[in-house]
Unconditional design. Structure first.
Length: 268
């Protein structure tokens, strides 16, 4: 059992990629595992079940956790400060999901750099890091629509990108570029599957027609019609030229780090 860990910044396409991976017959995508307890308590499952408890998949996972650890979806401690408990609870979750689904790969779209580092430090968890990156101007526009912030998110872009560069620069991993994925989904998915030693499956491009249980993915389904992937590049027309220049200057350290990683570990 291998864990495909999606890391990067919010609003960068990692949830879409998580859903595309979940549409493969040998992968079960979990979404943001670090938010499991919150979603299990308060949200319906993206598959259409009114709650995680009413979902057949999550009910079986819950039963497996109870049998092996004596806890449930809301008491599983995936954030444990104690390293032994952290490893045991996360490994058990991944193993139970793989067993329930009958697959050799599971994903975690938590995006957290600290969580990735702790999982990589666990000798009994086989982690494949996948860094999903996006043009900082596109991400900035996405956050402008939601939070009315112009430049502050770009400082975090550089900070997170540099942290990932130093964490992963000497470790085999995969870099997925959102823009390339959005413009040529089949081409990029074929290359990604090859890197995972899996065959591309046409069903991955019909992702909206399949049931999904990814934590936090419901927002993607609400905003899309069918399985068509449309590049979110409205920023090219909406953001004024002066603002693009400022964003690029702030993001310059992160872009340099990301470009270096993509040249070595990217799909092209």
């Amino acid at each position: 059992m291998k864990v495909i860990y999606l890391v990067g910044m919010g609003r960068s396409g990692s949830t879409l990629l998580d859903i595309l991976l979940d549409s493969h017959s040998r992968i079960r995508a979990l979404g943001g595992v670090r938010r499991l307890a919150h979603y299990a308590r308060k949200h319906p499952c993206p598959c259409g079940a009114p709650s995680f408890w009413a979902c057949e998949f999550w009910s079986k996972v819950n039963q497996g956790l109870h049998e092996r650890l004596g806890c449930d979806l809301t008491t599983l401690d995936v954030h444990a400060r104690d390293d032994r408990v952290f490893r045991e609870h996360n490994r058990t979750l991944f193993e139970v999901v793989a067993q329930v689904s009958g697959v050799p790969f599971v994903t975690d779209n938590s995006k957290s750099v600290i969580r990735l580092q702790r999982l990589m430090d666990a000798p009994d968890i086989d982690v494949i890091p996948v860094h999903v990156l996006r043009d900082p101007r596109g991400r900035a526009q996405s956050l402008r629509k939601r939070k009315q912030q112009n430049y502050i998110p770009t400082f975090s872009y550089s900070h997170r990108s540099l942290r990932l560069y130093f964490l992963l620069r000497n470790r085999p991993h995969i870099v997925v570029n959102y823009e390339k994925l959005a413009y040529a989904p089949e081409d990029q998915l074929r290359k990604l599957m090859a890197r995972l030693n899996l065959e591309f499956e046409p069903a991955q491009l019909q992702w909206a027609e399949l049931p999904h249980h990814n934590i936090g993915s419901a927002d993607v389904f609400r905003k899309t019609e069918g399985s068509l992937i449309r590049p979110d590049d409205a920023w090219k027309k909406i953001i004024p030229p002066y603002m693009k220049t400022i964003i690029n200057l702030i993001a310059w350290p992160g872009r340099v780090a990301n470009d270096a990683k993509e040249r070595r570990w990217g799909l092209d």
